[in-house]
Design a binder for this molecule. Structure first.
Ligand code: ADP
Ligand code: MG
Length: 329
């Protein structure tokens, strides 16, 4: 009898569904980030499937795990890639071309020269940087029929788009499973799906770069959206009292010094939002605004080193809780 009850309990747990106004939630640590996934409807088991999906993407795309598909390509200089990795690489090359190299998936030798993967800060000298820069740029990637060849010294890093891609994959998977409302929060990468059952808007905070555990402003909107923030406060190394942050300018090989503390990009697609948040951080306010006017595929909120906030027209309509300057089209 006891066994029967236990069996029934297990069945109920397995079939338990998320419904109503309180979401089901799972938390995980992957891609060096604390992540939360919330689902308002659908089977609770979907949450662990989403977590498995993220772990699998990490195993495929990580540049620091020696057994990943990306590491095999970097080590051998050539590889036949899976269709998922190949499609992400094609998107990376496209966004790199659109941003004129401000986002560049070949920055890994530079990232390594500053000691980011090991966490041991180093300051590469100008000669070292000049040499490494000669193998940076998407012209060093050659693709044909699923086979990718890298020029000598060139190595790929998907660190600036992997979380955006993972959030996009999870949102697509949940939508395929019939989920109508979900929020995927992968650190600075947030993706919403659909509308909450109680009809209230999604609220996503923009971290205060000086006090990242607090929000400096809130974005309020309904429907599906990707919101990605790149900021100098997110990851950095310290050496002799000096901070070196993790977003590099692929033209100089040094941490980007464009006068910004953070950029938040809002777009329909998670990979685009992630690639562009990194690129806009490198470009700075003026070039970033020019890029926004030209592209029209995203909205953005910029926080400058002086603490001023600038929001593009579409983002202005969603922003509250702070003083800001609206940038018109
Ligand atoms: P986070 O990883 O904190 O979300 P980003 O999305 O801006 O921040 O990505 C930064 C990561 O991407 C770095 O840790 C590095 O691995 C890589 N990277 C640094 N600079 C660039 C760049 N200009 N273009 C592409 N990737 C970059
Ligand atoms: Mg990014």
């Amino acid at each position: 009898m006891k066994r029967l009850w236990l069996l029934l309990l297990v069945c109920v747990l397995l079939l338990s569904a998320c419904s109503g106004e309180t979401p089901c939630q799972t938390e995980l640590f992957a891609m060096d980030t604390y992540m939360t996934i919330r689902v308002w409807d659908g089977e609770e088991a979907l949450l662990s499937e989403c977590a498995q999906l993220i772990y699998a993407l990490e195993a495929q795309l990580s540049v620091t795990r020696s057994d990943s598909e990306l590491s095999a390509l970097n080590a051998q200089g050539q590889a036949e890639l899976s269709s998922g990795t190949l499609s992400l690489l094609a998107q990376a090359i496209c966004y790199s071309e659109k941003t004129e190299g401000a986002f560049d998936p070949t920055v890994y030798p530079l990232v390594e020269s500053w000691g980011f993967p090991s966490g041991q800060a180093k300051i590469p000298d100008d000669e070292t940087l000049a040499e490494l820069l000669s193998s940076v740029g998407t012209a060093h990637i050659h693709c044909s029929d699923g086979e990718v060849l890298l020029d000598e010294g060139t190595r790929l890093d998907f660190g600036a788009i992997a979380k955006g891609y993972a959030a996009q994959c999870v949102a697509e998977y949940l939508a395929e499973q019939g989920v109508r409302a979900a929020m995927i929060n992968l650190g600075g990468n947030v993706q919403t799906l659909g509308e909450k059952p109680d009809g209230t808007a999604w609220l996503v905070g923009i971290a205060d770069p000086e006090e990242p555990s607090q929000a400096v402003a809130t974005l309020r909107f309904t429907g599906s959206m990707a919101l990605v923030t790149s900021g100098s406060y997110q990851r950095y190394l310290e050496l002799d009292g000096q901070r070196y942050h993790h977003i590099l300018d692929p033209k100089t090989g040094k941490p980007a010094d464009s006068g910004l503390l953070s950029v938040t990009v809002l777009a329909q697609d998670g990979v685009l939002a992630d690639a562009y948040s990194t690129a806009l951080f490198v470009m700075g306010l003026e070039d970033g605004v020019a890029f926004w006017r030209q592209e029209q595929s995203f909205e953005a909120v910029f926080i400058t080193q002086g603490g001023s906030i600038f929001a593009t027209q579409g983002a202005s309509a969603l922003l509250s809780g702070c003083d800001f300057t609206e940038i018109c089209a």
